[in-house]
Design a protein around this ligand. Sequence first.
Ligand SMILES: [Zn+2]
Length: 309
Amino acid sequence: MNDHRTAPADPAPAPAPSEEADEVRRFWAGLGLPGLIDVHTHFMPERVLRKVWDYFDANGPLIGGLEWPITYRAEEAERTALLREFGVLAFTSMLYPHKPGMARWLNGWAAEFARRTPDCLHTATLYPEPGVEAYVREAVEAGARVFKSHVQVGAYDPADERLEQAWGLLAEARVPVVMHCGSGPAPGRHTGPEPVARLLARHPRLRLIVAHMGMPEYEEFLGLAERYDEVRLDTTMVFTDFSEGFMPFPGRALPRLAALGDRVLLGTDFPNIPYPYLHQLQALERLGLGEDWLRAVCHDNAAKLFSVA
Ligand SMILES: [Zn+2]
């Protein structure tokens, strides 16, 4: 446990949706913000999402024996409605393949989802496989505004040669990539800062958003953000009681986090979280980095990056 907490509290079970929405809205209104921008939310084809939920239900031991009850297990329309009630002005549909031949299909679904969900930033994904450059180009041309790469689930080296052209294209197009590259909650063969450092050495202008702030290799990933101006970090699940219980953010790194205030972006992992949405916001607030930092993280940084009004 960290010593920087000012208000430790066990996350309560999710309150009634309208009650929680009131509290979330009070949070951003109190900061004088028009709402929140959440760069890390999951929407995917229904049967894929069901499989993800089954995984969390059944495979607790693979994620450290943790119980991981999904708080917002609801139909898609209810989930988007809830984000709107919370006042989330823009969000994403993080989706990712675990094998070849899947990314193009996921991208088709995500393009369609973005079409019928105007507040979702059109999201796409990729995998090291033949044809990746072509479908990444197609997605960018079709208006994809953010990509997701999952190094642990995909079990690939982000610096894999087969991705070389795709990364170059995304760097050139200045399209951000949210990458799950840290070794939490469970490590993979290619997780950790080293493969990402190799990738950035070749593509220093790639707009990489390190998911979960690189949990648990927080300090190494902060170092990459300090070194590369286009590297950002998302807050997804970090600083919550749940994550602090097994992969705590080191208190000594807080000044570095404060200094990188223009490159930290709110992310939550909604709906796949084992606590209420509000708890992520409170977890950021209790860091004590101040209201300017919170305004930047919860809205302004992403508004600028994605040109959201
Ligand atoms: Zn996620």
